[in-house]
Design a protein around this ligand. Sequence first.
Ligand SMILES: [Zn+2]
Length: 252
Amino acid sequence: MAGLLMSGSAFGWGREGHETIARIADNNLKPSARKVIEKYLGDHSIVYYAKWMDEYRHTPEYAFTTKWHVARVDENLKYSPYPEAGDAVSAINDAVELLKDYKSLPDSTVAVNIKYLLHLVGDMHCPAHVYYLGRNQDYKVKFGGGYIKPVKEMKIHTVWDEAAIQSSRIWSVSEWAEELDRKSAKEIKAIVAGTPQDWLEDNARRCIVQFDMSAPGDNVAQDFVNEALPLIETQILYAGYRLAAVLNILFK
Ligand SMILES: [Zn+2]
């Protein structure tokens, strides 16, 4: 059972991250876009399906999507695709290309591709889901100490995806979204500029500090969380704005 509960580690942001991203995106959707999208999602908001891809990636029907939750950069922090299995950037680009023609597609095809976008724009903003070619991101640390109890051994990936958040942010996703979503229209325009590949490379430049923040076997505690949370919150906010931008263009 413990194994099951911890299985979030390989999945990307935990519930809090994904749903807060979708909540921020929803706050920034044009009403006309929201109306079209919710029709395809069976009268649910995009928040409802923010984690759908993690819930379905291990079913035989969606096993082909299992590698899409990450994206890699090379030593120069340029996008480095996984040509065979695909990745978040290629899957986002494919979904966008398909959805440009959404009015002529079957409803179920439109719905599933919206679900891909909701989730993958989020995952590619998670520091642990930006893979850096040649760097070790697959190791364990001890997480906890001080106010954070108990101390647990876990992958550093899990710390970034959810443990750092769960140790400090107990608000509902709506409340967290409200705290973060305070940029001006001009600032948002700058954040959403570019393509999904540009966003990945921007994320890679911002998140590379993770390699200075922990090493295999470290005990990471409150000091780590204090440094990690501003980065996590920037990534969540940017993902929310960028997701809204993609959907507003497609469903205008
Ligand atoms: Zn995921």
